[in-house]
Design a protein around this ligand. Sequence first.
Ligand code: 5GP
Ligand code: ZN
Length: 138
Amino acid sequence: MTKTDDNCIFCKIIKGEIPSNKIYDDEDFMVMLDISPASKGHAVLLPKYHAENLFELPDEYKEKALKVAGKCAAAIKKTLNCDGINILQNNGEAAGQTVFHFHIHIIPRMSGDNLGITWVQKTAEDNEKLAEEIKSNM
Ligand code: 5GP
Ligand code: ZN
């Protein structure tokens, strides 16, 4: 593991100090079943590099992360025969992040499961100006 934090629960899981139900493991990532799942088969992908969030994670991990998430999501779908899968990733407390080691949620969905992963759509305000502002900060 290239970067680790002794106080991080996910780093402890990666090091094997805390047990987990792994479904995938390679030199850069592990994927485990969530201990408090939103649905049966809810899994969490962790890079073996302690980065608090997306902004701290090196690009090489970002590139590979979705590939691994896709592979695991396909296996979960085949196993559970679920109707859909949400791939979610929270950054910051305001966005619902509770463990501050970057991770991607893989959440199986069944039609009508009412998990509540949704939002009320608003009317866009001046998206033209906003798009320009965001582009200027790239
Ligand atoms: P967040 O809210 O930060 O996006 O997601 C953290 C996730 O990690 C939650 O879904 C939570 O249930 C899961 N989690 C927290 N501690 C553990 C643990 O010790 N083992 C496993 N397998 N999952 C955990
Ligand atoms: Zn960590």
